[in-house]
Design a protein around this ligand. Structure first.
Ligand SMILES: Cc1cc2nc3c(=O)[nH]c(=O)nc-3n(C[C@H](O)[C@H](O)[C@H](O)COP(=O)(O)O)c2cc1C
Length: 440
């Protein structure tokens, strides 16, 4: 079983307010990230992960005001320098960084990740995303979201360009011969001459090949088109945990898509997003879970959810059905999967009022329903059940811990030993390279 720490939201959505969270430090103080890196390495965690978003959410009422006020989806830093610093204190734990293939240029991203792979000694993963968020799009010159399927075409070309660049200089191209003064072998450095629908890149990448050759590629497509892209691109897939039935279906659809691409499904794990509070006793974990209901102000809910799906929920009619809204979301090129996921506890055909909807979704914004709270044995039971039902590949991204860094320390101190006792988790890192550790 593989474990990641997803730090994307630890300072957001009210979690920073909980007792013991971000204590004595304010985001983005690098010292807390350094502390987490040491903690993760002590727990033999595979990698620390950062999702991203580059705009201040403004989907709600067409304004960023609510997001600015309540800290919805912002502030965020580019985490690449943080990773560089965390890597200097550690030797094995890996790092996952997110950039958008919808907006960014593959040459820049390929170059940056190459350097990070050097600095970290081969511990980088790249989470490549398609973007559904209007606030992000507006910072890169787009008035509208790119068509859903076009986003995936661009992603596939984006990764093809990155891979060609990472391969454009052979691993043994550099000779650095002091006698002759020759730096590199011209036969081993080749342009890529890429001309595609979205990008034109001559190449080669003017950099030294990195320890892993390229970062581990992680991708989180959830729609049928998204899963097809995962099958083409991903070394490992990142996915939500919408319930065991849908997770086993996701695994089956991905396996088929991988086989269609001629890839071995055994080699591609799914890392399921799990939100958990593990404590010495179930009662303590459950008590702590109740705190989640106090952290998100009701005024922040609409802004948070609208940002997540790229659709302005302030426009909801007084009465509606989930199914009806979903059709509008699909028509607007936003993310129906994100919407269906957040409303999965509700009857899609039932008529509901705006007030009822926000009441339910406050719990969703706080991740209340999906937060597993239990003793180490209870949480390990759940993880084992999902792991076994989904083909014993991949593992879990421990996301949105309510209290940082205490809940991460509890994973290291309580959950990891329990998983080790059950023979489900490593007792030492096998390699300095992230790709090897994730492949074990
Ligand atoms: C587990 C998971 C993590 C994601 N992380 C990010 C992220 O950090 N930033 C972002 O803009 N989108 C993120 N996304 C959004 C996806 O890239 C994608 O746009 C979204 O899942 C819609 O998928 P679909 O196009 O297949 O419907 C994430 C999605 C999932 C499922």
């Amino acid at each position: 079983m593989h474990l990641g720490f997803d730090l994307s939201w630890t300072h957001l959505e009210g979690r920073w307010r909980l007792p013991g969270s971000w204590s004595g430090v304010t985001f983005p103080d690098v010292r807390l990230y350094e502390e987490i890196a040491l903690l993760a390495e002590r727990g033999l965690i595979d990698f620390i992960f950062f999702g991203d978003g580059t705009g201040i959410p403004s989907t709600w009422q067409g304004s960023p005001d609510a997001a600015v006020k309540w800290g919805i989806g912002w502030p965020r830093q580019d985490m690449s320098p943080y990773i560089a610093l965390m890597s200097r204190l550690t030797r094995h734990v890996g790092f996952g960084l997110t950039y958008s293939s919808t907006f960014m240029h593959p040459f820049y991203v390929a170059r940056l990740l190459n350097s990070l792979d050097h600095v970290t000694g081969g511990r980088m993963a790249f989470n490549v995303i398609t973007s559904t968020r209007r606030a992000d799009a507006a910072n890169y010159g787009f008035d509208e979201l790119m068509d859903h399927d076009l986003r995936y075409e661009r992603m596939e070309e984006f990764i093809a360009v990155c891979k060609a660049l990472w391969d454009s200089v052979a691993p043994d191209a550099f000779v650095w011969d002091r006698e002759t003064g020759i730096v590199a072998d011209t036969a081993k450095v080749r342009p890529i001459d890429h001309v595609g629908r979205f990008f034109k890149v001559k190449g080669p990448l003017a950099s030294v090949p990195s320890p892993q050759g390229r970062p581990v590629l992680i991708q989180a497509g959830a729609s049928p088109r998204g899963i097809r892209a995962s099958a083409q691109i991903a070394d490992h897939v990142f996915a939500m945990s919408p319930g065991l039935e849908r997770q086993t279906r996701h695994r089956a659809v991905l396996d088929q898509a991988l086989a269609d691409q001629g890839r071995n499904p055994q080699g591609v794990g799914i890392l399921w997003d799990v939100v958990l509070i593990v404590a010495e006793t179930e009662a303590e974990a459950k008590r702590r879970r109740e705190q989640l209901l106090t952290v998100v102000p009701p005024e922040a809910v609409g802004a948070f959810l609208s940002h997540q799906i790229g659709y302005d929920l302030s426009k909801l009619p007084a009465q509606f059905t989930i199914l009806g809204i979903n059709e509008e979301i699909t028509a607007g090129q936003a993310s129906p999967v994100a919407f269906l996921n957040m409303t999965r506890h509700l009857d899609p055909q039932a008529t509901m009022s705006r007030e009822e909807f926000y009441d339910v979704l406050l719990r969703r914004t706080a991740s209340y329903e999906e937060t597993l709270a239990g003793s180490p044995a209870q949480i390990a039971d759940y993880l084992e059940e999902v792991f076994e039902a989904t083909g014993e590949r991949g593992g879990f991204m421990i996301a949105h811990p309510p209290v940082t860094p205490r809940d991460l320390a509890s994973v290291v101190d309580y959950l990891v030993p329990e998983l080790q006792r059950r023979g489900r988790f490593r007792t030492a890192y096998g390699s300095r390279l992230l790709k090897d550790n994730l492949a074990d």
